[in-house]
Ligand binder design. Structure first.
Ligand SMILES: C[S@@+](CC[C@H](N)C(=O)[O-])C[C@H]1O[C@@H](n2cnc3c(N)ncnc32)[C@H](O)[C@@H]1O
Ligand code: SF4
Length: 334
């Protein structure tokens, strides 16, 4: 298999697939209620790629070098029978399967997902304080259920990571408590700088708590030391506790962008391929898929998109670019 490189020499290795634009949470930094309330027009079922269409596309991407596929959303666990999709994708040789979830449905779904062939799960959890967590998800969802979901995933044999977005004034007071909850558990906790994705969250640079601030807060209580990146396309800067209680990561896409090693493509729930989290339009793969394109034609279409890719939005970001038009996080899946 030839290696496919974009204009900046970056290979295509990871595919993130959004399987729904719906969610059972209304996180204030992602799907604020004022915008995603009762009148919001979500995609209709027929607009979503079917499981069979997703499997077919996944096989095409694997032929082009993809080795990791991550299911996301919206909330992927609200898509009916998601276990069946995992089972179909598990049938594709050489593909590592991961899923990013808010964890609300993990207590009842973890075992079935593991049986279906899921390898890894990333659970988004921004606070271990119940009141803060309820305020952030804005649907009054209790933190204990997500913690139970994390335990259920680990008990089912899934590798678990925890992702926490930090927004100033919302949950930055709980950084150390989060770190302490997962120190020594074997689950890697990664903090994410609040990003200027979409428009609905009213992002401001002042709301971003930087990687340096996050690390300093934890280091003051539990001393940390930096680790080398494992792979060039790693998104997280890694730090280990000096006392051996594990490590944490920080995804610093605002203050320390990492476009240079980015090998990720993103597929929206309606089958648009985005070559950057910040690429507005995407390329429609559903139309060719539904109008009888052969596998060869689909493969050529994706190849053509990737070799022209030149996105490096995060490295070019300035305070002004926050006013540019951008795709919503709940649409493209992070
Ligand atoms: C869009 S969610 C989709 C999957 C699932 N619903 C979840 O929350 O894990 C994927 C990830 O994006 C993160 N996210 C959403 N909006 C963000 C923002 N403005 N900045 C940084 N991360 C964000 C979430 O915290 C989550 O970890
Ligand atoms: S971050 Fe995930 S759980 Fe929260 S609103 Fe967005 S899609 Fe839903």
């Amino acid at each position: 298999m030839e290696q496919l490189l974009d204009t900046l020499g970056r290979p295509l290795e990871t595919l993130r697939v959004s399987i729904t634009d719906r969610c059972n949470f209304r996180c204030v930094y992602c799907m604020p209620k004022e915008v995603y309330g009762r009148d919001h027009a979500f995609l209709e079922r027929k607009e979503l790629l079917s499981f069979e269409e997703l499997e077919r596309l996944a096989r095409v991407f694997v032929q082009l070098g993809v080795r990791k596929l991550r299911l996301t959303g919206g909330e992927p666990l609200v898509r009916r029978n998601v276990e069946h999709l995992v089972e179909l994708l598990h049938g594709i040789p050489g593909l590592e399967l991961a899923l990013t979830t808010n964890g609300a449905l993990l207590p009842q779904k973890a075992a079935a997902l593991a049986r279906a062939g899921l390898d890894r799960v990333t659970v988004s959890l921004d606070s271990v304080d119940d009141a803060t967590f309820r305020a952030l998800n804005d649907v009054d969802f209790p933190v204990q259920t997500v913690l139970d979901g994390i335990d259920a995933a680990a008990a089912a044999g899934l590798r678990v990571k925890i992702n926490a977005v930090v927004k100033r004034g919302a949950n930055d007071g709980g950084i150390v408590a989060l770190a302490e909850r997962f120190r020594g558990t074997g689950h890697t906790l990664r903090f994410i700088e609040y990003m200027d994705v979409g428009h609905t969250n009213g992002w401001r640079l002042d709301d971003v708590v930087s990687c340096d601030e996050i690390v300093a807060a934890i280091d003051a209580v539990h001393p940390l030391e930096p680790l080398e990146l494992e792979r060039p396309d790693d998104t997280a800067r890694r730090f280990r506790y000096r006392d051996g209680a594990g490590e944490i990561g920080v995804i610093a896409s605002v203050t320390k962008p990492f476009c240079g090693g980015c090998s990720r493509a993103r597929l929206s729930a309606e089958g648009r391929l985005h070559t950057c989290l910040f690429a507005l339009k995407g390329h429609d793969l559903r139309a060719p898929l539904r109008s009888g394109a052969s596998d060869e034609e689909l493969l050529d279409a994706v190849k053509d998109i990737w070799i022209r890719r030149k996105d490096r939005y995060s490295e070019l970001r300035t305070a002004e670019t926050s006013t540019l038009q951008k795709v919503e996080m709940s649409y493209i899946g992070g």
